[in-house]
Design a protein around this ligand. Sequence first.
Ligand code: HEC
Ligand code: HEC
Length: 463
Amino acid sequence: MGKNMSRRFIYFLPLIFLPIFAHGNDGPAGGDFSTAAGAEREAFQHIVWEKTAQNLWDKVRTGRSLTRQTWVISPSLETNIAGLGPTYNRPSCISCHPANGRGQPPATPDEAMHSMLVRLSIPGTDAHGGPKHEPHYGDQLNEFGVPGVPGEGEAFLQWQTRSERLADGKEVELRWPTIGFRHLAFGPLHDKLLTSARVAPPIFGLGLLEAVPEADIVAIAQAQKAANNGIAGIPNQVWDAGRKRQALGRFGWKANQPTTRQQIAGALAGDMGVTSDIMPEPNCPPAQTACAAVKAKVGERHPEITTADLDAMTLYHFVLAVPDARQQDDPGVRAGKTLFNAIGCATCHQPTLKTGAFPRLPALANQTIHPYTDLLLHDMGPELADGRPDYRANGQQWRTPPLWGIGLTQKVNGHSNFLHDGRARNALEAILWHGGEGKNAREAVRNMSAEEREALLAFLDAL
Ligand code: HEC
Ligand code: HEC
């Protein structure tokens, strides 16, 4: 990294609108809920037993089993994993979140979606300000049905590519998908259909993100606005079905879920057809009569997952440790970190947050964490847009995803497909898709020397 780099660094200085953060080792990524385990396939599956009160251990184990289990149709002898369907996408959580990691889009139009889903809606909002369901297919296409119930149909992706030339001459091919549908069981989709194809994100460290005080997230949004430099995230505001009021959204690609518990209940209902205390309604739009009939017949157990089991799954997610950053003393990684801060990546991907009080699991309280997110929605430009509003998020806005653990994706999941629809095949492609509020940061990367770019990527790879 020598002179060349420092000269360029000075060139970047006028682009800096936010304080440059201190260098050096920041401390464990997830505070007390960190794992130093390093780069292995199990990196996202470590539980912080020693910080979890011993009387909760059985509950954590139950939550882990329920997250790993393949769910079956009712009635069944194994009552606590029965209730799959009538329609569903996949029979287990980890089929979309393999090893608690991330999913991947199909590479060709012939391939089915194994670890991603397509959200559906039509213009307008539901009673709580959320997306208005497609009348015959609901808010998510469910490919499969239990015996006697037709699956709704299949979504597939068709890829296009274009080439992008960076300032130093490097060529990068970018690909992007268009969504198609086939085998639709209930007639054509609405002519004003809105769609959003989303891969499953990793699911560790969520208790920590949930424990960040709402006021702190709002304060980051205010600071961004006050800086007046083209980056101004907003918090999503979504329906909290448990507390029956609007709440700040934190989870999902558009921050459309307020809590881990509701996110899991949403997954149980939307992806697997399993009802719960906060999502008691079977997912059967009126046109789907076989769906409703089966639900009425086998639905003797309502809701299909007990409150205690849903709490256990939530607890399991809360205690999943965050992998520590690695190679922090490597000069390239350190240089990359400096660049990350200097060119404004850190404005959205906030390196440091603090958790507040968290009575439900006090061990999560008052932790200094390094998630690299502000949990805010940002306009990422027309190219990344899905055009589908989700509460306060418009069609161009996405939540800044946490970057902790991102360098382990290849090791854990055997791929490095990033962004909401998995279009990026590595971190550089992900950066080059940044538009809108992320455009200046992207342009800074486009103009980097190869050495600087490698340093930035080495830093991401060490997270
Ligand atoms: C069909 C694939 C699929 C299945 C099955 C699935 N998920 Fe997901 N999961 C997703 C997608 C896609 C998202 C992002 C949703 C969005 O942006 O609206 C997600 C988001 C999440 C999140 C939020 C993570 C974050 O950082 O925001 C959690 C937690 C989660 N899922 C847990 C579960 C659990 C628990 C189950 C089983 C009950 C499950 N998922 C089943 C695809 C799936
Ligand atoms: C304006 C806010 C903003 C800035 C600035 C920004 N990002 Fe992002 N970043 C996002 C959002 C939002 C997404 C998700 C977009 C999507 O999925 O469509 C994202 C996605 C990513 C991803 C993929 C993460 C994943 O889980 O798939 C990486 C890697 C990334 N950003 C790195 C960077 C780097 C490096 C920089 C600086 C060059 C940067 N970002 C600047 C908001 C920002």
